[in-house]
Design a protein around this ligand. Structure first.
Ligand code: EPU
Length: 438
């Protein structure tokens, strides 16, 4: 299992280019199931989760070719309808094939994802919505078995705004008979990106980005031809890294309009932002200031940035109170930050972080994707050598982050225990196939 070795204490400086958004690429890949033909997706990041989605599409009968930052998906041969446990358990976003399969083929069998490191994460709202659209859903030996004739439009209210739930139902509704109205829908930029991709393929969608989305079903869609938006969470992660080290970095591709809450809170912590050609220039303070934070659905502060923000607060001047409202178990990084000398106490969904002057190096264990990012940020502030184990979590969602950090002057090395040597970043492969035809 690869580990990262980080020797911090250097200010990050230079220019870094964002990759395409993981959480926008995955639903768009799933959406290729809605129409036969050759789909072309650009700015698809080179990530383990993208391979997993590619493997799932191939399992269903698609031909997937991943070239440098693009995905070509040929869906004419799709005839499968089952997302097996082995793929779903490695990536919950596999559930995104449920809506498209049901809408196009009238049948889907998708393994129930179960809980994960950050919470229980049920899919009851996806299922209730599809039932309102006329699907018959049964749970059978750990699988969701869904059947339908042509789905019909419906009014669907989400008890809580769910990102993949909104995406699943929006995709299903594009081919339904009549109009679907999604109320209390998720407003994330990734939902808007998917709506844009579908609309250009002939879908009739209005209101994406707001909390009510209306979709008028059509008989068929053309293949997708789409460029995925830049990754706003990757942007925020680099911002926090610059914030903890001081220094100055131009983040190319950063879309300020997607980052309002993140910029507001990091600004409160003392990080300066300046719009620049093609991105955002970020300048870190001498020492960050403590500020309080509450995670919220978009446009609130993203839960996917909470761990990284906490790393920054761990060396801030003053005490900050961080409230996690989206997932019930998203403080797994706290134990590791404490091993570095952070002073953090947890009471239910609230973490109180008393900023210390500096953290110290320690061997660390990554527990989930964003926790890994938080530990990297903390390690960048420490002069000694920190090792981070289990970084396969990181490879699920950050494209070449160690390489990107090195290009900004950080001392970060990937250690591959199998070969007994350390070396530059190696893309994690899916089986033996690697990137290319899956
Ligand atoms: N929820 C339900 N029932 C449902 C669906 C959701 O109760 O049927 C609850 C969840 O338990 C949670 C809240 O609703 O408390 C919001 O969850 P949501 O469904 O929005 O999360 P998701 O769609 O499973 C996506 C991202 C996550 C990100 C969350 C929140 C993708 C592929 N994943 O997950 O990304 O944290 O939205 O913004 O888009 C990550 O990238 O590290 C990651 C975990």
């Amino acid at each position: 299992m690869d580990r990262l070795l980080i020797s911090g204490g250097r200010k990050l400086r230079g220019v870094v280019r964002l990759s395409g958004s993981k959480n926008a690429a995955l639903p768009t890949m799933a959406a290729t199931l809605l129409s036969p033909g050759r789909h072309r997706l650009r700015s698809v990041p080179d990530l383990q989760d993208v391979y997993t989605m590619g493997r799932l599409l191939e399992h269903l009968g698609a031909v997937v070719t991943l070239t440098d930052s693009a995905a070509l998906v040929e869906t004419s041969g799709v005839e499968g309808f089952e997302a097996p446990y082995d793929l779903v358990r490695t990536m919950r976003a596999s559930v995104l094939v449920l809506g498209p399969l049901l809408a196009r083929y009238g049948r889907a069998r998708v393994s129930l994802p179960g809980g994960c490191a950050i919470g229980a994460r049920p899919i009851n709202l996806h299922l209730a919505g599809l039932e309102r659209m006329g699907a018959e859903i049964t749970l059978d030996r750990g699988y969701v078995d869904a059947r339908a004739g042509r789905l019909r439009g419906a009014v669907i209210y989400f008890d809580v705004p769910t990102v993949t739930g909104t995406e699943n139902l929006m995709m299903a509704a594009t081919l339904a008979r009549g109009t679907t109205r999604l109320e209390n829908a998720a407003r994330e930029p990734e939902v808007v990106d998917l709506a844009g991709a579908l609309s250009r393929a002939g879908a009739r969608i209005e209101g994406a980005g707001g909390s009510v989305i209306e979709i008028e079903g059509v008989d068929e869609l053309a293949p997708l031809d789409h460029t995925v938006i830049p990754d706003r969470i990757e942007a925020g992660t680099f911002m926090a890294a610059v914030g903890i080290t001081g220094g100055e970095v131009l983040i190319e591709g950063a879309e300020p309009g997607h980052l309002d809450a993140v910029i507001a809170k990091l600004g409160e912590a003392g990080i300066a932002f300046q719009a620049a050609d093609g991105g955002l220039r970020v300048t870190g303070p001498e020492r960050p200031r403590a500020c309080n934070l509450k995670t919220m659905p978009y446009p609130g502060f993203p839960t996917d940035m909470q761990a990284q923000f906490m790393a920054l607060m761990s060396i801030a001047e003053g005490t900050s109170v961080i409230r996690e409202t989206i997932f019930e178990n998203r403080f797994m990084h706290v134990a590791e930050l404490k091993r570095m000398g952070a002073e953090i106490s947890i009471d239910g969904s609230v973490a109180t972080v008393k900023g210390v002057r500096s953290l110290s190096a320690a061997p660390l264990m990554a527990t989930d994707l964003r926790a890994s990012a938080s530990l990297i940020i903390a390690a960048l502030s420490v002069r000694g050598e920190t090792t981070i184990d289990r970084i396969y979590h990181l490879d699920r969602g950050y494209e070449r982050i160690d390489e990107k950090l090195r290009s900004l002057g950080a001392w970060v090395e990937r250690i591959e225990p199998d070969s007994g040597r350390s070396g530059p970043f190696l893309v994690q492969r899916v089986g033996d196939e690697g990137r290319g035809h899956l």
